[in-house]
Ligand binder design. Structure first.
Ligand SMILES: [Zn+2]
Length: 129
């Protein structure tokens, strides 16, 4: 069961009454998956890249630190779901160079990185295996 929250850019968003998770209308998500709805295209990334880079060196680092600190089991591999161009992975690799191979990302709509960067810990994949 879910309650409707609001409509943003013709997409209705809901809140699950059981757990509080927020999600877009399932028909929109299906349309994105089958390519009939425009989403995360060049226009989106043109607006999002600067903010994504900024988050990756601020709030993103804090969230990862919280996850690692609060984990009840040792974290050997970390997957950034919806990693965009991999900026958070860049910052983690820079801050934690001894953790090469630990951090990975997956992005359904990967954006070509603005500069050619080779970081061995990044795994950008169009979908989970
Ligand atoms: Zn729920």
């Amino acid at each position: 069961m879910a309650t409707s929250l609001r409509v943003v850019d013709d997409v209705e968003f809901y809140c699950c009454t059981g757990c509080g998770s927020l999600f877009a209308h399932p028909d929109f998500l299906a349309a994105v998956d089958d390519g009939t709805a425009e989403n995360y295209r060049d226009e989106y990334w043109a607006k999002e890249l600067a903010a994504a880079r900024q988050r990756s060196w601020g709030a993103g680092i804090v969230r990862v630190a919280e996850i690692l600190r609060l984990a009840r089991v040792p974290v050997r591999r970390f997957l950034d779901v919806g990693s965009g161009p991999g900026f958070l992975l860049d910052s983690l690799t820079g801050l934690l160079p001894t953790t090469v191979g630990m951090f990975h990302g997956v992005e359904l709509f990967p954006h070509r990185r603005p500069t050619a960067v080779h970081i061995p810990t990044i795994t950008l994949a169009p979908s989970l295996p």
